[in-house]
Design a protein around this ligand. Structure first.
Ligand code: AP5
Length: 217
């Protein structure tokens, strides 16, 4: 099963991808997480990525395409995978189609999470994650069960993303509208795009996605 998640920043792509990973035992490929790891490790890619991510813009297509090409050939992808954050431009989408065509395979479904802009801002501004395992939380909507302790690994340190400030969030939204939104007609034409009401709560959204997967795959 090969799934692509589309949606503006804060729509819930990572949250829903994580639910599917646990349910279907497939890999989550988050290009945002991969880039944040490069930044943390201060690699050449990380050094380039830092300023671009802080400005809310996209890394060059050729770099992202190479990164994905390498990643989808790893062992944990044999059962399938979820692309969370890729493709993000027409160039990336076309390159992905070419990659899959060479393997005589294709995307099974593209899931678009639709959320109002004001709600996106609220979700992003309250987000934090475990510094150890990356589990995601929210100031008002999803606190750890025991205050200050990660539900998943028990760590007690949490981090906020550098690009979750107001200015960068606005820039990320603009980038989404200009460069990623054109993917909607692209996938609509291929008849694999499914629109999901991302305004509902996490469990309701997950249920809707589950229903779509059961009908398609
Ligand atoms: P990336 O990390 O992919 O960021 P993003 O697309 O902006 O998405 P987010 O991770 O912010 O949001 P999400 O939709 O996953 O929401 P989440 O589930 O966390 O990319 C970061 C940067 O990397 C980019 O700006 C770019 O510079 C670069 N980059 C990445 N990929 C690239 C590519 N392919 N090409 C070029 N550059 C690339 O949810 C958000 C919050 O809301 C959480 O707190 C969560 O708990 C809460 N929440 C989720 N769902 C719900 C719900 N239904 N109800 C209530 N709360 C909810």
């Amino acid at each position: 099963m090969k799934i692509v998640f589309l949606g503006p920043p804060g729509a819930g792509k990572g949250t829903q991808a994580q639910i599917l990973v646990n349910k279907y035992r497939i890999a989550q490929i988050s290009t945002g997480d991969m880039l944040r790891a490069e930044v943390k490790n201060q690699t050449d890619i990380g050094k380039l990525a830092k300023s671009i991510m802080d400005a809310g813009q996209l890394l060059p297509d050729d770099l992202m395409i190479k990164m994905i090409e390498t990643r989808i050939h790893k062992n944990d992808c044999h059962n399938g995978f979820i692309l969370d954050g890729f493709p993000r431009s027409l160039g990336q989408a076309q390159a992905l189609d070419k990659m899959f065509a060479l393997q005589h395979t294709k995307i099974d479904l593209v899931l678009l999470l639709e959320v109002d802009e004001q709600v996106l801002a609220d979700r992003i501004s309250g987000r934090f994650s475990c510094a150890n395992c990356g589990a995601s939380y929210h100031k008002t909507m999803k606190q750890p069960k025991v205050k200050g302790v990660c539900d998943v690994c028990g760590a007690t340190e949490f981090v906020y993303r550098a690009d979750d400030n107001k200015e960068t969030v606005l820039a990320r939204l603009e980038t989404y509208k200009k460069q990623t939104a054109p993917l909607l007609p692209y996938y609509e034409q291929k008849k694999c795009l499914y629109r999901i009401d991302g305004m509902k709560n996490v469990n309701e959204v997950a249920k809707e996605i589950d229903q779509i997967i059961k009908n398609i795959v």
